[in-house]
Design a binder for this molecule. Structure first.
Ligand code: ATP
Length: 304
């Protein structure tokens, strides 16, 4: 069950505020914390730590202290980093994240070295070609996403952050994962059901994540609702990334898309109860236990 994640890595600076400021507004933060993040790195950690897959990460980091910290975090989570480049002429990516008391966030990303991943070398291509499942996000140059999609045996695209997709990418997408904002942005549909219909018509399989409401899966023309577990969210940063990593890991393990989505959903619900992005990633055992208790809670009562 091997997964290669092609994506971004950022050192996150997270500010806790009562509420996220609007345009022109100044608010005081109650704390500041620095932690590993970036969609790709979060997904790789999710696939390895929560999903239990054999994971390699294809990415670019600066040759700086932030890059060292990111590499240590990936290695510590069991992610293979032999295909991670270190660049002398670009800083590691970074992100400024504001988290409100309701757990919602707003994020500004500085791409840094992530923007320099404009091609894939022989070792990186080999990491893509060898994987059962390849997962990519859009925090890296589109040309690299398309290249990875072409080489992948099975390609899962997390089309985030919102960017129009080139026509030559769509045919290579085996599973498209988007949140509801991305679903609307990609289709131009104001109505979510309409956006789901339009996207389902363009890809082999689709997952739309809906935050606390769980996710919708469309596969082989069948639409399935996968509810999430009701929890108290303290920080939703990276929940979607953890979801994607676990989904890719479970697909690589042979699960069908609905089962893989249940795993991703359970991992996402655990991740939002902890602060941070990659640091909030639950273990495989924690996700398995959450699924078992959800299954027994929903099982019909039997009597002797
Ligand atoms: P982000 O960009 O904040 O990382 P996202 O918008 O890409 O997240 P979400 O839809 O928010 O992704 O979350 C992914 C999955 O995690 C959801 O489908 C759901 O299963 C789970 N999840 C997220 N937020 C919550 C929550 N508040 N309560 C329970 N489960 C949640």
């Amino acid at each position: 069950m091997s997964v290669t994640v092609v994506g971004s890595a950022n050192l996150d600076t997270t500010l806790r505020v009562v509420r996220i400021p609007g345009p022109g507004e100044t608010v005081m933060a109650s704390s500041i914390a620095r932690s590993p993040g970036g969609k790709g790195a979060n997904q790789a950690v999710g696939a390895a730590r929560s999903g239990g897959a054999d994971v390699r990460f294809v990415a670019a980091l600066g040759r700086d202290a932030d890059g060292d910290a990111l590499l240590a975090s990936l290695t510590g989570a069991g992610v293979g980093t032999d295909a991670v480049r270190r660049l002398a002429d670009a800083p590691s990516g970074s992100a400024l994240i504001t988290v409100g008391d309701d757990g919602e966030n707003s994020i500004v990303v500085v791409a840094g070295a992530n923007a320099a991943l404009t091609d894939l070398d022989e070792n990186e291509l080999a990491a893509v070609a060898a994987a059962d499942v390849v997962l990519a996000c859009l925090e890296i140059p589109m040309v690299t996403v398309v290249r990875a999609a072409r080489e992948a045996a099975r390609f899962v695209l997390n089309a985030a952050p919102s960017t129009p997709l080139p026509e030559d990418l769509w045919p290579h997408v085996d599973v498209l994962v988007v949140n509801e904002h991305e679903a609307r942005d990609l289709t131009g549909a104001a109505d979510l059901a309409d956006a789901v219909d339009r996207l389902a018509g363009r890809v082999r399989a689709l997952v739309v994540t809906l935050g606390a409401r769980g996710a919708v899966v469309v596969s082989d023309g069948v639409r399935t609702s996968v509810p999430s577990t009701p929890v108290t969210a303290v920080d939703t940063t990276g929940a979607g990334d953890c979801f994607c990593g676990v989904l890719a890991a479970r697909l690589a393990a042979g699960d069908d898309l609905v089962t893989a989505t249940r795993w991703g959903s359970a991992a996402g619900a655990l991740a939002v109860q902890r602060p941070g992005a990659a640091d909030a990633t639950p273990t495989h055992a924690e996700v398995a236990a959450a699924l078992t208790s959800a299954a027994s809670a929903s099982a019909p009562a039997t009597s002797a």
